[in-house]
Design a binder for this molecule. Sequence first.
Ligand code: GRF
Length: 203
Amino acid sequence: CNVVVLISGSGSNLQALIDDLGAGDSPARIQAVLSNRADAYGLERAKAAGIATELLDHKAFADREAFDAALIARIDAHQPDLVVLAGFMRILTPGFVRHYQGRLLNIHPSLLPKYKGLHTHQRALEAGDAEHGCSVHFVTEELDGGPLVVQAVVPVNVNDTAESLAQRVHVQEHRIYPLAVRWFAAGRLQLGDAGAILDSEPL
Ligand code: GRF
């Protein structure tokens, strides 16, 4: 299973994927890592692992459509079976999402459908939630709204700050994202009409 990973930042989820999928038994192989930002530390992580990297600066394009068209061309040069968004901080056009329908995954730092968008840890704290967490989902045209694949729950402590909570959520992100990618690569996970399907059972 050929995987292309898209990043914009630190790439700690990318690192978790590199570490897990680099194992001999892995059904998935990361062909390339693309970033829209030159300063994304994840690019260094990819290079250190001997993975091809590409930079596509969205600021060099007139609009989202033009950027996404160029992005599709770059991604498809690697003939991916799966495209993985790992902290890719750009909203994708409907055309892009449709093009990768059923083979585009994202990870989001909340228990979706709660807290779509940004500042999820702060919002969970302000709401007084007892539990917070992260979600892997198939990407559809609704931002952070596609069918869920797997979630991990993190208890919220009374003395948590957004940073301390984010740190514990990250640990769980690094556990569930490789899991979801392995399921997909092994042919166990797909997007059906009514949602995600794991081992022919609706999730
Ligand atoms: C993660 O919190 C992920 O859930 C969100 O962006 C962040 C990326 O972190 N989509 P990293 O670059 O993988 O460290």
